[in-house]
Write a protein of this length. Structure first.
Lengths: 113, 113
């Protein structure tokens, strides 16, 4: 298994509070991604990173920000959580040579009440 | 822009029957294509991938997929389904010019004993 750890695995938070999810990798892979998974929508890309301090928006970036200050960590922040951000969040990584597939973490289930 | 369409939200087959899950993609250049499987409460596992060469690719668990450029399709097949194949299946496209994986909305497979 690719060395990807998401934390926390489960979180319940209140509307209006900031929340940070962490993705940590031990593979030294260049590319990292944050997706959210919702019934009927599949996986939708929130933000991604193609190197330290290099990030870009995905399809559903509103209300989210990211940071990547070192190769191994990619943080997703919900600036002011809303009920519409209740979802399962997946982190994925990809190397920049050789294998082309994405490897996924186990997910973080976030509930905003 | 990249996009993936999985037209079947749910599919039910009997154990031992053959299976075909449809995937259509949109991407301007030669795509990198993937099929992932997700069991309930789990992360995503790669079944197979295509980026060049033989258009019929073999994957794990007895799955195969065929790339048809003229139809912009990458359908997943299995000759004889097992009860353990019940899961959700996602098709994805990665763009070498965008560095993004875009996923379809998924097909949930139910297997009848």
């Amino acid at each position: 298994d690719a060395g990807i750890t998401q934390s926390p695995r489960h979180k319940v938070t209140e509307t209006g509070t900031p929340v940070t999810l962490r993705c940590h990798q031990t593979e030294n892979h260049r590319y990292m991604y944050w997706y959210r998974q919702d019934p009927g929508h599949g996986l939708r890309l929130i933000h991604y990173s193609y190197g330290v301090k290099d990030t870009d928006k995905g399809e559903v970036s509103d209300g989210y920000s990211v940071s990547r200050s070192k190769t191994e960590d990619f943080l997703l922040t919900l600036e002011s959580a809303t009920s519409s951000q209740t979802s399962v969040y997946f982190c994925a990584i990809r190397g920049d040579r050789g294998s082309t597939e994405a490897f996924f973490g186990q997910g973080t289930r976030l509930t905003v009440v | 822009a990249q996009s993936v369409t999985q037209p079947d939200i749910h599919i039910t087959v009997s154990e031992g029957a053959s299976l075909e899950l449809r995937c259509n993609y949109s991407y301007g250049a030669t795509p990198y294509l993937f099929w992932y499987v997700q069991s309930p409460g789990q992360g995503l596992q790669l079944l197979l991938k295509y980026f060049s060469g033989d258009t019929l690719v073999q994957g794990i668990k007895g799955f195969e997929a065929e790339f048809k450029r003229s139809q912009s399709s990458f359908n997943l097949r299995k000759p004889s389904v097992h009860w353990s194949d019940a899961a959700e299946y996602f098709c994805a496209v990665w763009g070498s010019g965008t560095y993004k994986y875009i996923f379809g909305t998924g097909t949930r497979l139910k297997v009848l004993a």
